[in-house]
Design a binder for this molecule. Structure first.
Ligand SMILES: NC(=O)c1ccc[n+]([C@@H]2O[C@H](COP(=O)([O-])OP(=O)(O)OC[C@H]3O[C@@H](n4cnc5c(N)ncnc54)[C@H](OP(=O)(O)O)[C@@H]3O)[C@@H](O)[C@H]2O)c1
Length: 296
C-alpha cells in the first residue's frame, strides 16, 4: 500500500521536474500564425538574439516588422529572412529611447496590415557604478527598457484585446530578479519588466491575449561579449537560438507569465531564491564584479 507521504513526495517531485524541464509546448504553425500573426513586431532586431527571434517567428510562417537603429544591419536581417522563409519582412529604423517617434513609425509601417504579436527584445545596458552614470544614460535606460515598452504595450494591446487574440513577449534578465551592482540601471529596469508582464498577463488573460516575460540568463550575443570574456560567461549560458525557441514556444504554453529559459538557469534561480536577500545580492554582485575586472 502506497503511503500518503509517498504520494505527496511524488507530486512535489513531479512538479519540480515540470518546473525544471518546462512544459511541453509547440503549437502547430497554422494555429500559431492564426493566434499571433499575420505580422509580428520585433523591437531590437538588427543582430544576435533579435535576429534569432525574427527567424523563429518567420519559421512559423509569420511576416515580421524589424525595428532597430542601424538601417544596414536590420535590412540585411530582413533580406536573410525573406530568402530563408519566404515571408515578408519590413524594416523600421527608430530609437527606442524616443517612445513617441517609435509609435508613430510603427503605426505607419503597419497601417495596411494586422500586427498580432510583439517581441520586445532591445535593451539599454551599461556597466559601472550607478553614481558614475550620466543623466543622459539613466534617461536612456528608462526610455528603452521601461517607457517605450509601456507605451507600445498600451497602444498595441488595445488592438489585441479587440481582436480577442495576440501576444506580447518581453525579454528581461535574471539580473532583474535581484538588483545587481555595476548594472544597477539595467537590472532595476529589467525588474520593472518582470512585474509589468506579470500584472499585464493577469489583466489580458480574460481577453485571450498572452503576455509573457522571458527572464534570460547568459546568452552568447555581441552584447555579452562586450562586457565579459567568453571563459567568464555564467554557467547555463545559452545560444540565441535556444532562447528564442524556448521563449516563443512559451507564449502559448499557458505556463504563467514568467519563463526562465534553460534547465540549469531554472535550477540556479530556485537555489538563489532560497537564500536571504543580503546573501544572494552580495553573491551575484561579487561574481559580476570579479568577471568585469578581468575584462578591463
Ligand atoms: N546577452 C545576454 O547575456 C543577456 C542576458 C539576459 C538577458 N538579455 C536580454 O536579451 C535582450 C537582447 O540582448 P543582446 O545581448 O542580444 O543585446 P545586443 O546584442 O546589444 O542587441 C540589442 C538589439 O537591440 C537593438 N537596440 C538597442 N538599443 C536600441 C535602441 N535604443 N533603439 C532601437 N533598437 C535598439 C540593437 O540594434 P541597434 O544597435 O541597431 O539599434 C540590437 O538589435 C535584452 O533585452 C537583454 O536584456 C541578454
Amino acid at each position: 500500500m502506497v503511503s500518503f507521504k509517498t504520494i505527496v513526495y511524488g507530486i512535489l517531485l513531479a512538479l519540480f521536474a515540470y518546473y525544471v524541464y518546462g512544459p511541453p509546448h509547440k503549437l502547430e504553425p497554422s494555429v500559431f500564425r492564426d493566434r499571433y500573426g499575420p505580422w509580428c513586431v520585433i523591437a531590437g532586431a538588427s543582430q544576435g538574439l533579435g535576429e534569432a527571434f525574427a527567424r523563429e517567428i518567420a519559421s512559423r510562417g509569420l511576416n515580421v516588422i524589424l525595428l532597430a537603429r542601424r538601417e544596414k544591419e536590420t535590412g540585411e536581417v530582413a533580406e536573410r529572412i525573406r530568402r530563408d522563409f519566404n515571408v515578408e519582412a519590413r524594416v523600421v529604423v527608430a530609437d527606442l529611447s524616443d517612445g513617441d517617434s517609435v509609435l508613430q513609425k510603427l503605426e505607419q509601417a503597419s497601417s495596411d496590415v494586422t500586427v498580432g504579436s510583439i517581441i520586445y527584445n532591445a535593451a539599454w545596458s551599461n556597466t559601472g557604478y550607478f553614481l558614475d552614470r550620466t543623466e543622459q544614460e539613466l534617461k536612456m535606460a528608462v526610455g528603452v527598457n521601461v517607457q517605450t515598452l509601456t507605451l507600445l504595450s498600451n497602444r498595441f494591446l488595445k488592438k489585441f484585446k479587440q481582436n480577442k487574440k495576440g501576444g506580447l513577449l518581453i525579454i528581461s534578465s535574471v539580473a532583474g530578479l535581484f538588483g545587481v551592482k555595476h548594472v544597477l540601471a539595467y537590472s532595476s529596469t529589467k525588474a520593472f519588466q518582470i512585474a509589468f508582464a506579470r500584472g499585464l498577463w493577469d489583466e489580458m488573460s480574460e481577453h485571450n491575449v498572452d503576455v509573457v516575460v522571458s527572464v534570460a540568463g547568459g546568452i552568447r550575443t555581441t552584447g555579452l561579449s562586450t562586457v565579459l570574456d567568453a571563459e567568464d560567461y555564467p554557467p547555463g549560458t545559452q545560444t540565441p537560438e535556444e532562447v528564442a525557441l524556448e521563449s516563443v514556444s512559451f507564449m502559448s504554453a499557458k505556463g504563467g507569465p514568467v519563463l526562465i529559459p534553460g534547465s540549469l538557469n531554472r535550477l540556479m534561480q530556485s537555489f538563489l531564491q532560497l537564500l536571504p536577500s543580503w546573501a544572494s545580492t552580495k553573491l551575484i554582485g561579487y561574481n559580476l564584479e570579479k568577471r568585469l575586472r578581468k575584462k578591463q
